[in-house]
Design a protein around this ligand. Structure first.
Ligand code: PMP
Length: 363
């Protein structure tokens, strides 16, 4: 009998997801004019100054970047009233999450998160030889913080809270979160993944850094992929205590923030007002679309992110219907997820909604 080369725990993970964006034989996007509402990106292009910063930094492409990414860590720290020893940057917040788990958990320990939540959570847990503990969402697709607190055992090292939650778009409130954090032993690390935090308009939803930044067992994970428009450059960051951040830096992949990514991020951070304007455009589009989507898929929750979660009986059929009409979205087994794009893109999606077979959507 042949010996196994691959760890058996990986058998339970889904195979790599095919891109929701059609690619040609060489891997280039082949959207043929379709609008891309599948990956929760912003539709507006890079922020002013970013392309120039990339061009200038390209002249140093033959040199390694600053290993410590100090300029970017300083800029982020200044923005949030911290010192750089609280900050870790790297190629995407998803990488930093894996690194964090590797830093704080011993093999076999538990990582608790809601389900559904971000698909990378079980992958990061299993990849780190940890046990993923999935706690079902509430009826309204929220994270059930009370049930999550009850799921914590002496083996639990980390709880992941995605606020707002990808893919269900809901957010937990300050009151819920404070109660949760107070109820969990402070030996358990609580990760607030705020990849979509910039899109929150509900004043009852907290900014994790402002509200909980001084707690020893809270880590706030952020990304420049969404509101800051740098998805293609892979810039994620987190804020933690110097104890946790310093330990993470011991295991950080060398040169985990590229020269170009760092230069672009530094320029983007100076465009705060423009980011605000862009986010406002998305949230007003979100408000415009909601009634039509609620009428179409009645269990659609109110979104605090730049996407909607549309529960329906045949999400794959609906996604195919949209693709036929030039709109690329993501389907999950129980719902479709659509990104809020520009007004024209959203109108195209709303037209696809209006022509969807009503039989598809009963239930
Ligand atoms: N967290 C959440 C909740 C996300 O949805 C994503 C991206 N889809 C990430 C983290 C990772 O973002 P990135 O690696 O691009 O920083």
């Amino acid at each position: 009998m042949k010996t196994r080369l691959i760890r058996p725990e990986l058998d339970g993970l889904p195979s790599y997801l095919p891109s929701p964006i059609p690619l040609d034989g060489n891997g280039a996007p082949q959207t043929n004019g379709s609008v891309r509402l599948a990956l929760n990106e912003l539709p507006f292009g890079p922020l002013p100054g970013v392309v120039d910063a990339i061009s200038s930094a390209a002249g140093d492409a033959h040199r390694y970047p600053d290993m410590a990414a100090l300029a970017l860590r300083k800029a982020l720290a200044d923005r949030h009233g911290l010192s750089p020893d609280h900050i870790v940057t790297g190629f995407g917040s998803v990488y930093l999450l894996e690194l964090l788990l590797k830093t704080v958990c011993a093999p076999g320990q538990e990582v608790v998160f809601s389900w559904r939540s971000y698909e990378a959570y079980p992958v990061a847990a299993v990849g780190g030889s940890l046990r993923p503990v999935r706690v079902p969402c509430t009826e309204g697709f929220g994270q059930d913080l009370r049930a999550m607190a009850e799921a914590v055992t002496p083996d639990t090292r980390v709880v992941l809270i995605c606020n707002p939650n990808n893919p269900t778009s809901t957010a937990v409130t300050r009151a819920e979160l404070t109660k949760f954090i107070d109820s969990v032993p402070d030996s358990v690390l609580i990760v607030l993944d705020e990849a979509y935090g910039e899109f929150v308009t509900d004043l009852d939803v907290p900014d994790g850094l402002v509200e909980y930044g001084d707690r020893r067992n809270v880590v706030v994970l952020r990304t420049m992929s969404k509101a800051w428009g740098l998805a293609g450059l892979r810039v994620g960051w987190l804020a933690a205590t110097p104890e946790v951040a310093g330990a993470m830096r011991k295991l950080l992949a060398p040169f985990a923030t590229s020269t170009i990514a760092e230069a672009a991020a530094l320029v983007a951070l100076r465009q705060e007002q423009e980011v605000r304007r862009r986010v406002d455009r998305i949230t007003s589009e979100r408000a415009r679309m909601f009634p039509a989507l609620k009428a179409f898929a009645p269990r659609t929750p109110e979104s605090q992110a730049n996407f909607f979660w549309l529960p329906m009986p045949d999400p794959a059929g609906f996604a195919a219907h949209c693709a036929d009409r030039g709109v690329l979205i993501r389907d999950f087994p129980e719902a479709a997820r659509v990104t809020v794009g520009s007004p024209a893109e959203n109108n195209r999606f709303l037209e696809a909604v209006a022509t969807a077979d009503s039989l598809l959507l009963v239930g």
